[in-house]
Design a protein around this ligand. Sequence first.
Ligand SMILES: [Zn+2]
Length: 128
Amino acid sequence: MLKNKPQLRLKRLDLAPGDPVVVVAGKDRGKHGEVLRTLPREGRIVVQGVNIMKRHSKAGRSAGGNRAIQGGIVDFEAPLAYSNVRLVCPSCNQPTRIRHIVLENGTRALQCAKCGEPYERVRRTEGQ
Ligand SMILES: [Zn+2]
C-alpha cells in the first residue's frame, strides 16, 4: 500500500453490494453489472465483469498479503471510480442519480432522481 497518502474524508457511497449499475464513463462504458464491493475510503467501487484486468503472477508469490498464490494470468475486476457508475433504477430501468429523502417516519431512504420511486434494496452486509 502507498504510504503518505493524503487522508481522504470518508465518503458515504450510496451504492452497496448487490445493486445493479451501469458504467457511464471509461473504457467499459455501457456495461451493466452488479456491485461486488465498495471502497468508501477511496471512493471506488468494484463491479462484476467491469474493468477486467489481468495480473501476471509468479507461483509462490503473494500479492500484498501473505497467502501463497498460484502462478499464471489471473483475471480480476479492478475498482473503478464511484462517479463512473450509475444506479439502474428497478422501477424505470434507467441509469439514474440517487436522491436522499427523509420519510415521514424520519428514516432516510434513497430515491430515484428520474422517476421518484424510492429505491429499496435487500441489504447485504457480508463482504463489506
Ligand atoms: Zn426510477
